[in-house]
Write a protein that binds this ligand. Sequence first.
Ligand code: AKB
Length: 317
Amino acid sequence: MEPNILIIGANGQIGTELTSKLREIYPPNQVVACDIRRPDYDTLNAGPFEFVNVLDKENVKQVFLKYRPQQVYLLAALLSATGEQNPKLAWDLNMNGLLNVLDFAVEFKVAKVYWPSSIAVFGPNSPKKNTPQFCVMDPNTVYGISKLAGERWCQYYYKRFDLDVRSLRYPGLISWKAMPGGGTTDYAIHIFHEALKKQSYSSFLAADTVLPMMYMDDAIRGTIELMDADEANINIRSSYNFAGLSFSPKTLAEEIQKHIPSFKMHYKKHDERQEIANSWPHNIDDSDAKKDWAWKPEFNLDKLTLAMLENLKGGKR
Ligand code: AKB
């Protein structure tokens, strides 16, 4: 029998794509999309949907009772920029949401849990270049603090309760199907929409701000590869460094100009997102992911830019 899979936060930027990919791999009626908002019509009709507020324990318990899931993906979170606007809510959702799911996963003997961490776990004193898996971590956003604490909880539940929790430290994820939800790396998505609509974009990050990024197809494939990997090969139970590519707003703008020569890039007065970006790594050493479960990204800047422009132009959004 195929496993029942719950995806909590299924309507977000990652959840939208992960849900449809898992429904290609598994029978769609066994992939349950859960969110506080109703999904669009197509997603709603493609498989089961449940209203789930991850902070409402009784609500979460009822869904676990109904489906007895074998796998749970917890994606509901407040990101770095929106988290700073509402730090207490960010902490509550990111931390208590995780603890609720970990507790029910133990109680209902869920076989595998996936929870995303982020490059936001690093801070101003972490090495900026080739940031190692293990190093100084002093995040200064509530999002980063909650992700670092969450990583420690994942490791703890693995050790103490033998719960098979797996996690990746996502870089900025670039996608065209759903809009991002309030992160510092969001400029790298907005720029494509504006380039096609107005042939210009005004960046909230400075021209030379290099950050780790990844095309969504790579992120989804990596996530599923990690979840499918042999348990004996998973040596990191906090969260794996996970790398795709790195670029600055200036480099991305130049790449877009190869396709849209009239495209003009402008730079706004910086806001608090610049300070967040300045505290994050330029690029990440993901040799543990490569060694343990053969991680290999496929999208470089050239391929990513082409994919974004083609898909957005195709009117798919
Ligand atoms: C954000 O910018 O907050 C996210 C992230 C890097 O985790 N995209």
